[in-house]
Design a protein around this ligand. Structure first.
Ligand SMILES: [Zn+2]
Length: 398
């Protein structure tokens, strides 16, 4: 078996970790990645950025990076494969100072490191380098490095399938274990509620007020009592929910003073499940709880508060069959390396949710990330090396 050059892969990883590129601000890392692809021999005309950033409803510096590699040898005309990862990091990574320590990469700064997902970027550029330098036969490949994954899977959501050259299946690198094959992931709703009460002097006429904060409290207490908060289990259905930011208008606090009955609260939350119907059921339960609480909190004139509840599906759940061609190829590649594949599902959304929804069944492997999104983040270089070797195996298996 051809052994990939792990020293070269490591130096690429160190190089990409050193370039800041938090979610939405990917212009610099995108350029660095494009330059790295050119340096390993990919012709400039095979490297481009799409216009996904113009379709993403949040300010985004750059489109997704797309690279085409022609097939070689006996597999020259085989079905085109997609290799993908994301280039952005969480905002906590700004200012990271990666340093190698034995078989780990750690961080000299008190920030997250960015192994999520510069490990994936280094795996893909190294795959291009290895395929160009080796004589191994391989099918035509498209590489996709998305933007704004961390802030809502936006780059993958807005990629145009036409730009991917008719790929039949996808291999995504984003996570910890290279031999863990993620074949499914949850879907999620994000929801928001505006609660309108009535202001009144809290000392002289509290009975005339309608407290929006109290409506919020009643609603959350009843959602929790009915089993809809946190880990949600109903019969054989499972999901999760959370209440996130709570505030007033324009990012201010909910309520301005202790002596005024609070007349407005804004809150946002989420619902997740592997079952599309079930996370919508969880969202509906919150809507019901807020509506019921508003009807219950009345003032001395019998008036009640009002709520305006809105929700949208952030991404859709998916689950590939274990006998799907993409899963079988993933299993075979790991076994061919003498390792044990572990098929699993994820409780967070992945770019693979969107690629699968676009019609490209996609599995996800790890590449050595640990404690991602925290200041304790580090990278396991043995796992990273395995991911680099696995990518080559996936691309060259006949
Ligand atoms: Zn990631």
């Amino acid at each position: 078996m051809h052994k990939v050059d792990t020293d070269a892969a490591l130096s690429r990883l160190m190089r990409f970790l050193a370039v800041e590129g938090v979610t939405g601000k990917e212009a610099r890392i995108g350029k660095e990645l494009a330059a790295a692809f050119r340096e390993v021999g990919v012709p400039a005309k095979a490297i481009r950025f799409d216009e996904a950033h113009k379709r993403i409803p949040l300010p985004t510096e750059s489109g997704n990076l797309i690279v085409d590699l022609p097939g070689k040898g006996a597999l020259k005309s085989a079905d085109r494969l997609l290799f993908m990862t994301h280039m952005d990091t969480v905002p906590l990574c700004a200012g990271a100072q990666p340093k190698k320590q034995g078989r780990k990469i750690v961080n000299a700064a008190k920030t997250a490191l960015g192994g999520d997902n510069r490990t994936g970027c280094a795996v893909l550029v190294s795959l291009a380098a290895e395929l160009i330098a080796s004589k191994a036969d391989h099918p035509p490949l498209t590489m996709l490095i998305t933007v704004r994954e961390e802030s809502g899977l936006w780059g993958a959501r807005h990629v145009n399938l036409d730009e991917l050259g008719g790929v039949k299946m996808g291999f995504n690198f984003d996570g910890r274990k290279a031999t863990g094959i993620v074949i499914g992931a949850v879907g999620a709703d994000r929801w928001e509620v505006e609660i309108f009460g009535r202001a009144s002097h809290a000392g002289t006429a509290p009975e005339r007020g309608i407290s929006a904060t109290m409506i919020l409290a009643e609603a959350l207490a009843s959602a929790r009592a009915d089993g809809w908060f946190g880990k949600v289990l109903k019969g054989d259905k499972a999901g999760t929910s959370n209440i996130g930011p709570v505030g007033g208008t324009g990012g201010r606090t909910a309520g301005d003073a202790t002596n005024v009955v609070t007349d407005y609260v804004h809150a946002a939350g989420e619902s997740r499940s592997h079952d599309l119907k079930f996370f919508r059921e969880i969202t509906a339960a919150y809507k019901e709880a807020f509506t019921a609480a508003a009807a219950k909190v009345a003032n001395s004139e019998g008036k009640t508060g009002k709520v305006k509840f809105t929700s949208r599906t952030d991404y859709f759940p998916f689950l590939l069959k274990e006998n799907a061609p993409v899963v079988k190829q993933a299993v075979a590649a790991i076994k061919a390396m003498g390792l044990a594949p572990e098929i699993r599902t994820a409780n967070g959304g992945l770019d693979a949710n969107w690629l699968t929804r676009h019609g490209v069944p996609t599995v996800t492997f790890g590449a050595g990330q640990h404690e991602a999104h925290t200041i304790d983040e580090w990278i396991d270089l043995d796992e990273f090396d395995t991911a680099c070797q696995l990518a080559f195996q996936l691309a060259t298996a006949t």
